[in-house]
Design a protein around this ligand. Structure first.
Ligand SMILES: NC(=O)c1ccc[n+]([C@@H]2O[C@H](COP(=O)([O-])OP(=O)(O)OC[C@H]3O[C@@H](n4cnc5c(N)ncnc54)[C@H](OP(=O)(O)O)[C@@H]3O)[C@@H](O)[C@H]2O)c1
Length: 315
């Protein structure tokens, strides 16, 4: 079996390639900028001619690509074109299944980013190659942009402003559990040729509760001031100030949390028999302890780990 991972240089892609490598099957890792090693191939979805060589003799394709924050003027149009290019090239190459990791459909009006994620899923599922779309809310792990914002807020905030979007609820999932879901997606049987499934973590948490849980790992309590009216623009500026994250990313996160991001069903876990095993707290601890050594974040985390260790009854 040969598996192609598109977006292999990204947060989820790196972890998936690590997990698939060494299982005896052939894994091809693709991104726009070539990396060292035999398994890497160069693919730019905006240059569809780069797809055919990468797809040669490929059975399964993982689609872990997005264009948000890429500076593309109309990132939705870019994402549509990229998805259509892959659907077309995969059909020509005789691919057995496409596995796409997208985002949860909100109950209310989706943000541009979430709407685009859902549109990409529709385009891929409408193609002739059987496609499975997995919908996740926040994935907790080192290197995830949204986790990084959450972690930075929890570590740095002296006082918390409480705009309404902080109360939006979702079911975050640990990176390891998301990787298991992705691995199972190649073989899980579907009632229809193509389908989508939510992949929720076990807990329903608001962004504020997640912040408090991460802050509590350092025995911090962040005093809160309720500010019901804080526009997405001001919220994003606030996030940028505290976390130094890219403004457009912060804005998308805030807009994405405009309403709850809850799953419609947990059916996928029944189909695979591998429901999530990690709690939010365990996933957060794992993410904090695997920060790259010597980084500023890692130094903060060392303090966390010492504090956790000295307060655990079994330490
Ligand atoms: N992170 C989360 O919390 C989360 C939550 C829910 C769903 N998801 C979904 O999971 C997927 C992966 O997200 P991520 O967090 O891993 O993203 P990421 O770290 O930002 O990685 C994005 C990947 O897309 C690749 N890419 C972008 N434009 C490309 C193009 N034109 N051609 C080829 N490759 C291109 C990038 O590769 P190069 O720049 O190296 O070419 C990179 O490997 C996305 O579909 C996202 O919606 C993520």
């Amino acid at each position: 079996m040969t598996t192609l991972v598109l977006g292999a240089s990204g947060f989820v892609g790196r972890a998936l390639v690590r997990s698939l490598t060494g299982t005896g099957e052939t894994v091809r890792a693709a991104s726009r900028t070539p990396r060292e090693g035999d398994q890497w191939v160069t693919v730019d979805l905006e240059a569809p001619e780069t797809l055919a060589p990468a797809l040669e003799n490929v059975d399964y394709v993982y689609y872990l690509v997005h264009s948000m924050g890429s500076g593309a003027g109309d990132f939705r149009a870019t994402e549509r074109q990229c998805a259509a290019a892959l659907a077309h090239a995969a059909a020509n190459a005789g691919v057995r299944r496409i596995i796409y990791l997208g985002g949860v459909a909100p109950r209310g009006e989706p943000s541009e980013h979430l709407a685009s994620r859902l549109e990409v899923g529709q385009i891929l599922r409408a193609g002739s190659v059987p496609t499975i779309e997995l919908r996740a809310s926040m994935i907790i792990g080192t290197g995830s942009a949204s986790w990084q914002i959450l972690r930075d807020l929890a570590v740095r905030l002296p006082i918390m402003l409480l705009p309404r979007w902080l109360e939006s609820k979702s079911c975050p999932i640990a990176l390891a559990d998301a990787i298991t879901a992705l691995r199972d997606a190649r073989t899980v049987s579907m009632a229809t040729t193509s389908d989508w499934f939510d992949i929720p973590g076990n807990e329903v948490l608001s962004f504020r509760e997640m912040l408090e849980l991460v802050a509590a790992l350092d025995h911090r309590r962040i005093p809160a001031i309720r500010v019901p009216v804080l526009t997405p623009r001001l919220s994003a500026l606030w996030l940028r100030l505290v976390t130094r994250t890219d403004y457009s990313l912060a804005r998308e996160l805030v807009l994405g949390l405009g309403s709850d991001l809850l799953p419609e069903s947990r059916e996928y876990w029944n189909l695979t028999g591998h429901p999530p095993v990690f709690s939010f707290r365990q996933a957060a601890e794992e993410a904090l302890t695997s920060e790259p050594k010597g980084s500023r974040a890692a130094r903060v985390v060392e303090g966390f780990v010492k504090a956790i260790g000295s307060h655990r009854p079994d330490a």
